[in-house]
Design a protein around this ligand. Structure first.
Ligand SMILES: [Mg+2]
Length: 192
């Protein structure tokens, strides 16, 4: 099988990094905006439109591209072990919205945590669809349901890594998973 996997929030846990960036950069760069939302979380910024999209994209880019913050990113429990295991029997691809410097940070991170170096990593860019890079995939795992919207017709198994802010979303073609044990159980069943 071909198994395509997103990076942020599926392999790497971005929560601490986001909290750090909110405290250190959002409030510093946009004191006026943050005055009204002193305890805002990154997801709230993303979902409520507190920040214009262009500014949010700029902060996201800087946050992911800053090599100093790479050590704040930690693996999601069992992600690396599971991916390496899957790569023995399947073609695993990492398909991330990251590109340029932020992709370099992810590549260094994957090497640091000893993710199988034969796994192809594709950075599609934040404003681009992942679809062209997902053609032929049997399974696609992402934490953003928006990334499923243009691949419902081409990928038979879509797994949504649970996120606090996507609770109302459901789709007959999408299975919600909560951790890597769920993902591995799902894939084991497919092989039976
Ligand atoms: Mg993600």
């Amino acid at each position: 099988m071909i198994i395509s996997i997103d990076f942020d929030k599926v392999i790497a846990d971005t929560q601490e990094l986001k909290d750090f960036y909110i405290k250190n950069e959002f409030q510093k760069r946009y004191p006026e905006l943050s005055k009204d939302a002193p305890n805002v979380s990154f997801e709230e910024l993303e979902t409520t439109g507190v920040l214009p999209k262009t500014i949010l994209r700029e902060i996201t880019h800087d946050m992911y591209a800053d090599i100093k913050t790479a050590d704040i990113l930690k693996p999601i429990l069992n992600s690396v072990k599971s991916i390496n295991k899957l790569s023995r029997d399947h073609t695993v691809k990492i398909v991330t919205a990251r590109s340029d410097e932020s992709l370099d940070v992810a590549l260094k991170w994957l090497a640091t945590y000893k993710v199988n170096e034969n796994i192809e990593v594709i950075g599609v860019g934040y404003t681009n669809s992942k679809r062209p890079f997902l053609e032929g995939s049997d399974v696609f795992i992402d934490d953003r349901y928006q990334n499923f919207e243009d691949v419902y017709d081409i990928i038979p198994h879509l797994l949504l890594m649970n996120g606090k802010y996507w609770q109302d979303y459901s789709h007959p073609k999408v299975t919600r998973v909560y951790n890597w044990n769920d993902i591995m159980d799902y894939i084991v069943k497919l092989n039976k």
